[in-house]
Design a binder for this molecule. Structure first.
Ligand code: NDP
Ligand code: 8X3
Length: 252
């Protein structure tokens, strides 16, 4: 086996692009997600690079499935060098007084609890080997709250805080912990946020040369391949036309 990277939410967007980037560079890849057909399709694509691929089909919200899946990993796959806690979503964009409880639960359960469940299951494997690198995908939404962003922003603030405390907890185990905090990136993110409304999703990026999933994959690869004594703690990445959550410059 070569170096191993495990990516949650590899069936689309950042996760998929990250799997491609690392496979192209010789890493063995564990890809996870709920959509089995997407995993199968990506698995085929990745094996073109002559690397080993393991597909794990589970929902990060179900701790019993997370624990069972990680405990049942074949021994050679337990040597995970890099974990990318990427699975996540925004659901809805409403004022708090109009909020949809089911959307809130999905975001909290996926973005916070799912990230914790996976980290709790995988980090002991890294501690045992005294090496590892964990990436948490936060957001600029975790840096400043915006109107109607309420619960999504809160979940990404939690990722920001957890990243900092995880880094402290894992310091003595030689484990690097990096947050990547992207701004606007054109993936399936807005389609999911607007419950499949393509027009609303497209409008988010109108007049903006948004980030591409590959931009985030490149940043993760850069951080992961720095010398072992170097840890990038936090990387905020926006399109050039976006200063922060409030200021965009849209071309007509
Ligand atoms: P996509 O919707 O394109 O991809 C999301 C991925 O997460 C999919 O592979 C999906 O897989 C997976 N996922 C969602 N829920 C679960 C779950 N319960 N269990 C397992 N996997 C799950 O979005 P992005 O690539 O844009 O988003 C990736 C991360 O980046 C998210 O955490 C998002 O909050 C964050 N982010 C996105 C930004 C953007 O503008 N796009 C900006 C900043 C941060 P499946 O449905 O198959 O389970
Ligand atoms: C996604 C970026 O600004 O749409 O996390 O919330 S934003």
């Amino acid at each position: 086996m070569g170096k191993i990277i495990m990516i949650t939410g590899a069936t689309a967007g950042f996760g998929r692009a990250t799997a491609m980037k690392f496979a192209q560079n010789g890493y063995d890849v564990i890809i996870t997600g709920r959509r089995k057909e997407r995993l199968n399709e990506l698995g085929k694509e990745l094996s073109k690079y002559k690397v080993k691929v393991l597909q794990l089909n589970f929902d990060v919200r179900k701790n019993s499935d997370v624990v069972k899946t990680i405990n049942n990993l074949p021994d050679e796959w337990k040597k995970i060098d890099i974990l990318v806690n990427n699975a996540g979503l925004a659901a809805g964009l409403e004022h708090v007084n109009d909020g949809i409880i089911d959307d809130w639960d999905r975001m909290i359960d996926t973005n916070i609890k799912g990230l914790l469940y996976v980290t709790r299951a995988v980090s002991p494997l890294m501690v045992a080997r005294n090496t590892g690198h964990i990436f948490n995908i936060g957001s600029i939404a975790g840096k400043s709250a915006y109107e109607k962003g309420n619960v999504y922003c809160a979940t990404k603030s939690a990722v920001d805080s957890l990243t900092r405390s995880m880094r402290i907890d894992l310091l003595k185990h030689n484990i690097r912990v990096t947050q990547i905090a992207p701004g606007m990136a054109e993936t399936e993110f807005s389609l999911v946020r607007f419950h499949g409304d393509e027009e609303k999703a497209r409008a988010v990026y109108k007049g903006i040369d948004a980030l591409k999933a590959e931009d985030i994959a490149d940043a993760i690869y850069y951080c992961a391949t720095l010398p072992p004594h170097v840890c990038i703690n936090d990387l905020v990445i926006t399109p050039t036309q976006q200063a922060d959550v409030f200021y965009n410059y849209r071309k007509a």
